[in-house]
Design a protein around this ligand. Sequence first.
Ligand code: ATP
Length: 271
Amino acid sequence: MLSGRNYHCGNSTPGPFRRRFGSVNYVEETGSTNADLAAVADTAGDGTVLVTGHQTAGRGRLDRRWEAPPNANLLMSVLLRPTGGSDRLSLVTSTLAVAVVDVLVDLIGGQVPSARIKWPNDILLFDGDQLGKVAGILAELVDGDPPAVVVGLGLNVEWPGPDDEGPPDATSLVAAGFETEPGSLADPVLASFGRWLGVLEAPGGVEAIRLEHLARSATIGQRVRVESPTGMVEGHALDLAPDGALVVEVDGTRREFRSGDIVHLRSLDRD
Ligand code: ATP
């Protein structure tokens, strides 16, 4: 069982998309919210949510660390058992990325900066030029029958601020000029995620999420360097495959990458 208290961030009645998640479990501090949900995956229901004020061992991809000081940022994980087919599992990262971009665009309104997805799991803020990484997503498959996906979000709200030394290329909403509190963003993120999960799980959902990710992508159209388990290559990021893989043209050949680090080199339209 999860320990910790339930909290509800907003005052209003949850909308239809927010309802999938029920109440939010909150703990002041833990190692990793993803690890906590994975540990209870055999008994926890679809839509279980855990938020913490502080992670002492926040996880990124490939055993990297996700950092944040106490009570500054939104640190949240969700356990899901997506319906509609196992081809949906690999698209949970894209679905949450689309959802988070929509929340940021709502918050920012018509102003700069804009928010876009850096493949596969980062959200960047742009102000003409790139301001930095404002959020990271980590989805982990938990074996079982049916399998579960635990997906975590670190959204930089107050840290790193303009005078803080944060991770390389990191930014936050406050650094970009948007004063808000981490707790106030949990409900909007869940409502948006619930909406896009409904799209993912519906007939045609794989293609629908692919198109929504493409529409919010910072990577497609860029000249990129891909550092993958098979080596390092440079090419033009052309497309997303149905399973979320990045399609890159390398020396005239289309190649698909399912994992790896991407460096944006320059935009094709500046060539
Ligand atoms: P990138 O593509 O930016 O190199 P990644 O996708 O390979 O990152 P992630 O798993 O998203 O890696 O995140 C881990 C990395 O993100 C860390 O190695 C660190 O450099 C950076 N990082 C850690 N905490 C934060 C944060 N709060 N905000 C932005 N970046 C962070």
